[in-house]
Design a protein around this ligand. Structure first.
Ligand SMILES: [Cu+2]
Length: 69
């Protein structure tokens, strides 16, 4: 298991937080998601054998938010 904190730009309300949370937690290989709206980050626990950090970034960006790499 690996845990990463991903900085995200563009989340402005509860809807945004939920959208990011749902996008991440539905991914295969992700075991835990915590999205922090005021501090603009997501903390994700995932299994690197199933999914990569880049896949997490892509899922967030597909929802319309910007990942700060
Ligand atoms: Cu919003």
């Amino acid at each position: 298991m690996r845990t990463e904190t991903i900085k995200i730009a563009g989340m402005s309300c509860q809807h945004c937080e939920n959208a990011v949370n749902n996008a991440l937690k539905n991914l295969n290989g992700v075991s835990k998601v915590e999205v922090n709206l005021p501090d603009a980050y997501a903390r994700v626990e995932f299994d690197e054998r199933s999914i990569s950090l880049k896949d997490l970034w892509a899922a967030i960006e597909e929802e319309g938010y910007k990942v700060q790499r």
